[in-house]
Design a protein around this ligand. Structure first.
Ligand SMILES: Cc1ncc(COP(=O)(O)O)c(C=O)c1O
Length: 386
């Protein structure tokens, strides 16, 4: 019997295939350095674990509110109001099972069959699949050479069917942080054409140079047309807790609330109590993380830019390495071949640019420690010299 067309149309995840290959090699005794993983190698903070355990012991183990615990949504609103020049309330917040589910919710909330979503390349792998699952059509647009938004190209792709523009800043896989100026211009395009902006801000706190700007703060009009996607996974090292959230107009939140009620009911309440503690102690958690990640960013950029042309990333925890010189020299055919070549010969795992819609690049995640980053560089230098 056949599965649905909707399911068969979902592309397999390239990064899961790499993870399976690495796991097999490690089982056979190979020492593989994983620079492929999109999560910090830090444990969840102690105070978060304590608050989660306390919540479990106190019986926060039952069904709870669809849009998230009141206490968490209030803390999220406080966090936003502390950081940004705009005031929101808990009515603008909805909590989901990781920002992955929030992205899914967002496209389900705004797309009708055949509506188009403009997505700058490179993009995070889940985005086009979430658009498709909501009946939407992906309209992919090249970015500028420095990976900032190519606003002329974005404008040129707008049609009467365009419903939204998706952006991701700080960006996975490039580490680029969009400037206030380009977001203002993007906002004008969205306003002129009455479009939503789906702004994926999962790496919002991980910025090493410059300032993170969310389009939602730039004007009331932009707040109303922006759906912010946020996550506890990266900022608070809580990937397994599966807590993400949406900040949007009360109208959008109310629609998504009804939808989420049928989709998953609620998010594990004890995880949410851990998240409340994370927000109450945010500086204590985030400052050391940023300090360490900045060191790793500097180290990996200094080393790997000797082997591959690369833009210096301002945020997230990725370098997007240009492998075209090695394609031109005939060493490898494409990014998937380069990733295989480096796993097989240098025992270092990365992710092909093709997984992000951008051939000719590979993504390095500096989520491994500094010793491993140095060792990975030595191994890769040796195999590329050979
Ligand atoms: C750009 C981006 N958005 C969202 C997510 C989803 O994160 P989570 O579902 O853990 O919140 C990721 C994870 O890698 C990501 O890279």
């Amino acid at each position: 019997m056949d599965v649905s067309n909707r399911m068969s149309a979902i592309a397999p995840s390239g990064s899961i295939a790499i993870a399976a290959k690495i796991s097999k090699l490690r089982k056979s005794g190979e020492n593989i350095i994983g620079l492929n993983v999109g999560e910090p190698d830090f444990p969840a903070p102690d105070q978060v674990i304590k608050a989660t355990t306390k919540a479990l012991k106190e019986g926060k183990t039952r069904y709870s509110l669809v849009r998230g615990e009141d206490g968490l949504r209030e803390e999220i609103a406080n966090y936003y109001n502390r950081k940004y020049p705009r005031t929101i309330t808990e009515a603008n917040v909805l909590v989901g099972n990781g920002s992955k589910q929030i992205i899914y919710n967002a496209f389900q909330a705004i797309l009708n069959e055949g509506d188009e979503v403009i997505i700058p390349i490179p993009y995070w792998v889940t985005i086009p699949e979430s658009v498709k699952l909501a009946g939407g059509v992906n309209v992919l647009v090249d970015s500028k050479e420095n990976f900032h938004l190519d606003l002329k190209k974005i404008k040129a792709k707008i049609t009467p069917r365009t419903k939204a523009i998706y952006i991701n800043t700080p960006n996975n896989p490039t580490g680029i942080v969009y400037t206030k100026e380009e977001l203002i211009e993007l906002g004008e395009i969205a306003k002129e054409n009455n479009l939503f902006i789906v702004s994926d801000e999962a790496y919002e706190a991980l910025v090493y140079d410059g300032t993170f700007v969310t389009p939602s703060t730039l004007s009331q009009d932009l707040f109303d047309r922006t759906i912010c996607i946020q996550s506890f996974s990266k900022t608070f090292c809580m990937t397994g807790f599966r807590i993400g959230y949406m900040i949007a107009s009360e109208n959008i939140i109310a629609h998504v609330d009804r939808f989420q009620g049928h989709l998953c009911g609620n998010i594990a309440p004890f995880s949410q109590y851990g998240a409340i503690e994370a927000l109450k102690t945010d500086k204590q958690i985030v400052s050391p993380l940023i300090e360490e990640m900045r060191k790793r960013r500097d180290l990996s950029y200094e080393l790997f830019s000797k082997l591959f042309p690369c833009h210096r990333p301002e945020g997230a925890f990725y370098l997007f390495l240009d492998i075209k010189p090695y394609i031109e020299s005939g060493l490898v055919r494409d990014s998937a071949h380069m990733v295989d070549y480096l796993i097989d010969n240098a025992k270092v795992a990365l992710v092909p640019g093709s997984s992000f819609g951008q051939e000719g690049y590979i993504r390095l995640a500096y989520t491994a420690n500094q010793k491993e980053i140095k060792e990975a560089f030595t191994r890769i230098s040796e195999v590329l010299k050979a």
